[in-house]
Write a protein that binds this ligand. Structure first.
Ligand SMILES: Cc1cc2nc3c(=O)[nH]c(=O)nc-3n(C[C@H](O)[C@H](O)[C@H](O)COP(=O)(O)OP(=O)(O)OC[C@H]3O[C@@H](n4cnc5c(N)ncnc54)[C@H](O)[C@@H]3O)c2cc1C
Length: 400
């Protein structure tokens, strides 16, 4: 069946938002609120109706229940339409998007926010034998396996912050299991000495064995092979080593970087297709200090900025330059400990950090804030338009 939403008729401007993750939801709620009186149709396409709290999937993976966050329910009454489906192609020439291979939606302006997923392609065996934390379903499958394991060894591959949070959570919830965290990266590599020491001590207290400076070269059905260090037996492998983005943007002919992310100009429009805005993990957004790396703290502002820019453009104004500076790196270490590294706008560590109960409170407040923020923005869009702009760190000399 082909249900086609035709080109804008009678002056209607169709804005299509692909992906209702942290960035896409910010764009959708902002845009709906800012264009309510205008002749604008906002449509949001996402694979699931339930919002995926990626920041908390390590809780789901250890059997802890998260609140149900229903995207159509939040968008009801805002004017934004929700379409559940899987985007299979973007035709940047015809300005159409194909959903589930059968439906075709037209756009005048596209907001590309399809996020990222764990890179399961680079290391052999990950795809076949490892669990990931990409969706609630993936995390639930891991929770189920861990609950049935009894005794055994869990190897968490990837020693970045996602791996640290997952290893700590699994060790705390399953003291009967041996948890090994293995990866190339030094733990808390971007943190200061105090924060790094706290992170390491917490993992030791929880009984997590840490092997860093070592690459996993292959994931096997019953373990992992390490570069120059033999084989490590494992009953379960969780893979958190890096992310990749959807190939759809590159296939559509949009200019992408070496990782497939849509290259944007200073206002977040695609450098090759200015009717396309790119946001969140799917975008390669350059600031004075470098290209943003995927986080929720930067993703939400990109969604808000794209919405503000579209609303401005529809009023005949020019979009403004996007500026963002990082301000923190909060990391949970189980339910009773955490560490928060405060950062400079370029994400380098400041001297200040929080640890222990205060850090737990801080981290939980941050993780819980997106959904209430989206709800608030549906009626008060200006409430979401504040974030650190990064001062001198984000001044671009060649801003387009
Ligand atoms: C376990 C874990 C913990 C993390 N913790 C932190 C943290 O503490 N702090 C932090 O800042 N960041 C954290 N991150 C990173 C953060 O989650 C991402 O940077 C953020 O989710 C990016 O938001 P986004 O909107 O770009 O993409 P996403 O949140 O990934 O949303 C993309 C959406 O698009 C949908 N989608 C994708 N492809 C298609 C398709 N073809 N068709 C239809 N729908 C599609 C997805 O289902 C999803 O709903 C964590 C990530 C993980 C995995």
């Amino acid at each position: 069946m082909s249900t086609s939403q035709g080109p804008g008729t009678a002056g209607t401007h169709n804005v299509l938002i692909l992906g209702a993750g942290y960035a896409g939801m910010a764009a959708a709620t902002q845009l709906a609120a800012r264009t309510r009186q205008a002749n604008v149709r906002v449509t949001v396409v996402n694979a699931q109706e339930r919002f995926t709290e990626r920041l908390r999937l390590h809780l789901t993976a250890t059997g802890q229940r998260l609140a149900e966050m229903d995207i159509p329910e939040l968008l009801a009454g805002t004017g934004a339409q929700f379409v559940r489906g899987w985007v299979t192609a973007v035709d940047a020439h015809a300005r159409t998007v194909r959903i589930d291979d059968s439906r075709v939606l037209h756009y005048d302006t596209l907001v590309y926010g399809l996020g990222s997923v764990t890179d399961t392609a680079t290391v052999p065996g990950v795809e076949e034998h490892a669990y990931t934390l990409d969706s609630a379903g993936d995390a639930e499958a891991l929770a189920d396996r861990l609950a049935r394991l009894g005794r055994g060894t869990v190897v968490v591959g990837g020693s970045g912050l996602t791996g640290v949070e997952a290893a700590a959570e699994i060790a705390e919830r399953h003291p009967e299991l041996d948890v090994v965290l293995v990866g190339r990266q030094e733990l808390g590599a971007t943190m200061n000495t105090k924060a790094r020491a706290h992170l390491r001590a917490a993992l030791t207290r929880l009984g997590v064995q840490v092997i860093t400076g070592t690459a996993v070269t292959t994931v096997l059905p019953d373990g992992v092979e390490l570069a120059g260090a033999g084989t490590l037996a494992a009953d379960v492998v969780l893979w958190t080593g890096g992310t990749r983005v959807s190939p759809l943007a590159a296939a559509a002919g949009l200019t992408v970087d070496e990782r497939g992310r849509v290259v944007t100009d200073a206002t977040l429009r695609s450098v090759s297709h200015p009717e396309v805005y790119a946001i969140g993990d799917a975008a390669a957004i350059r600031q004075g200090y470098g290209v943003l790396h995927g986080t929720c703290q930067s993703g939400m502002p990109t969604g808000v900025h794209a919405a503000v820019s579209i609303a401005r453009t529809l009023r005949g104004k020019q979009p403004r330059q996007f500026r963002f500076g990082y301000y923190h790196t909060p990391v949970s270490l189980g339910r009773n400990d955490a560490v928060v590294q405060f950062t400079r706008p370029d994400d380098s560590p400041r001297r200040g950090c929080l640890t222990g109960r205060t850090a737990v409170w801080y981290k939980e407040t941050v993780s819980a804030s997106p959904w209430p923020t989206y709800r608030r923005m549906t009626t008060m869009p200006s409430s979401g338009a504040f974030w650190p702009r990064g001062g001198r760190f984000t001044r671009l000399r060649d801003a387009r």
